[in-house]
Design a protein around this ligand. Structure first.
Ligand code: PRP
Ligand code: URA
Length: 208
């Protein structure tokens, strides 16, 4: 299947340009991450299944619709956290799972340190959230955890991706749709996305 969606909406692209800038402050960076995440989620969720219902208005009974499937947002810590916080404004009933992972700076391999998923995650539509898809190691490890928990429909939402990471995830998990705001040029020798935006976690939390 191997589906990649690059969200080219002008508002997303405009905000992404400011997000990338080295001069953007921590405060602005956080706000932009949230705004981009909401805009991406709004579009990415346009095909969520609905069921018919009715609602009593002050005037009459209206035919209406409600989401028919549970929704889970699964965050890859640290940086994915801010994306879920923003998307919860759109879907306040979503459940949130957390996967603690960091990249070993020498091997670039993901090291898992925490896992807490919603108990009914196997029946959910799942969005796996991480702003950066670099080598793809963290995302692939996250997808494996979700699949081992019985999830069979996963979408991976990242703000910036390297071609190497997209290929790695597609090769390991061809069933997973990848949604990004930008596909960048390549990874540098330290596994950073070029041109990218630097270290997302450090820029969100001011730990640089
Ligand atoms: C960053 C980013 C991803 C990962 C991407 O996290 O948020 O999780 O790197 O790299 P990969 O595709 O090569 O695995 P990092 O490991 O820096 O952890 P942090 O969010 O705690 O800073
Ligand atoms: N993680 C980041 O935060 N940025 C990169 O460029 C690569 C991995």
């Amino acid at each position: 299947m191997q589906k990649l969606t690059v969200m080219s909406h002008p508002l997303i692209q405009h905000k992404l340009s400011i997000l990338r800038a080295d001069s953007t402050s921590v405060r602005e960076f956080r706000e932009l991450c949230k705004e981009i995440s909401m805009l991406m989620a709004f579009e990415a969720m346009s095909d969520l299944p609905l069921k018919e219902t009715t609602v009593q208005t002050p005037v009459d009974v209206a035919k209406a619709h409600e989401l028919s499937k549970k929704l889970s947002l699964v965050v890859i810590l640290r940086a994915g956290l801010i994306m879920a916080d923003a998307i919860l404004n759109l879907v306040p009933t979503a459940r949130v799972g957390h996967l603690g992972m960091y990249r070993d700076p020498d091997t670039l391999q993901p090291v898992e340190y925490y896992k807490k998923l919603p108990s009914d995650i196997a029946e959910s539509e799942v969005f796996l959230l991480d702003p950066m898809l670099a080598t793809g190691g963290s995302a692939s490890a996250g997808i494996e955890v979700l699949k081992a928990s019985g999830v069979n429909h996963i979408r991976l939402m990242c703000i910036i991706a390297a071609p190497e990471g997209i290929k790695a995830v597609h090769d390991a998990h061809p069933d997973v749709e990848i949604i990004v705001a930008a596909k960048d040029s390549h990874l540098n020798d330290h596994g950073y996305i070029v041109p990218g935006l630097g270290d997302a976690g450090d820029r969100i939390y001011g730990t640089r």
